[in-house]
Design a protein around this ligand. Sequence first.
Ligand code: NAD
Length: 373
Amino acid sequence: MRLDFIFNGIPSCVFIQRDTPTVAGIMGALELPAAPPRVLAICDTNTKTFAEAAGFGGGRMIAENSALCVLEPGETAKNWASVETVLRAAHNAGLGRDGLFVGIGGGVITDIAAFAASIYMRGTHLALISTTLLGMADAAVGGKTGIDLFGIKNFAGTFYPARAIWMPLSTVSTLPPAQWKSGMAEIIKAAILSDDEKDFWNSKTAFPMRADDTLLPQLEKMLVAAVRLKGRIVESDPLETGAERALLNLGHTFGHALEACVGLSKLTHGEAVAWGIARACELGVMLGITPAERARAIIALLDSFGYNTAAGHPALPRAENNQVSFMKALSADKKNKDGKMRFVIPSQKGAVLVSLMPEQHPLVCRSAFGAWE
Ligand SMILES: NC(=O)c1ccc[n+]([C@@H]2O[C@H](COP(=O)([O-])OP(=O)(O)OC[C@H]3O[C@@H](n4cnc5c(N)ncnc54)[C@H](O)[C@@H]3O)[C@@H](O)[C@H]2O)c1
């Protein structure tokens, strides 16, 4: 399946397919000249096997014109030092401005590779091979690049869409269960925003947190919907200046506040987002925006995937000081405007961005912590 987008005038195509593409396939899709430019593949120690399967390293390297840069895995590697490592590897391999960076991995690697590509000699060619569910459903599409700095996530970054992105479904079979749970929340989020969570609901009983070959067509269908939705929204607001892109934050406002209060490493991002979606549903019912039946169906869907959806997350006991720090974290959300908290709330169909008056804030606290008996 091929999906084509144009982000801020730059064509970006997504290939959702079974296998990892080959170097030749990548060159062909990018329509690069017959004498290919020098290529730098960037991966981490866990995704090196996929880089090798694509033909980078592992004895199949097209030695004269490609090099492989292997970083440490995980969020802690999303820093300046990794960017420097990538830029140095590109320089040592003799890449010019017509060179090609290929990022192969989850959201961390694709964010670093894309950021490095955007600043290497003021911008070089970029392709991505996304190998996590979260990367496929979200991180690899839309052109946001970045690294963490000063302890702040994605503090430095650019908008630099990859010309081509591959999502080889066979790669996710090796993902650890926590990574499945993390990525699946973004896929469910996309289904809610596109108002097709009922299809999801109908099929989910046959869809455990793993993938074997028989499940790949179903996974493909869900991902196509998620990528289409993200692509369409980013096309309409590529530099995130308007409100529509904010819809993609469904579940993230409550989720980020939870992460801020309990610490980033305690929960996966997807677990926090799933809990946040359930909270947004409850807040939506209290505000009269989410039909109770839809809220119940969404929460039941999240429950069926094993997410924690109850008010008062076990990692965040209902003590008064927790409530204060939670509300403080919500107040710091970058969607807020003119002192008003803003939330993405599931509506009759899809979701809407809602501004709350200060007198409505107790409802927010109630949806997060539950009512006091
Ligand atoms: N640019 C964007 O628009 C955007 C959007 C959402 C998230 N992000 C970023 O994405 C990052 C999170 O991405 P992630 O969840 O993919 O984490 P990740 O990239 O850290 O990958 C998670 C772990 O899985 C390993 N891994 C990757 N593919 C694997 C596979 N197929 N089999 C086994 N292990 C594999 C990785 O090495 C890593 O250890 C965050 O830094 C976040 O800021 C970016």
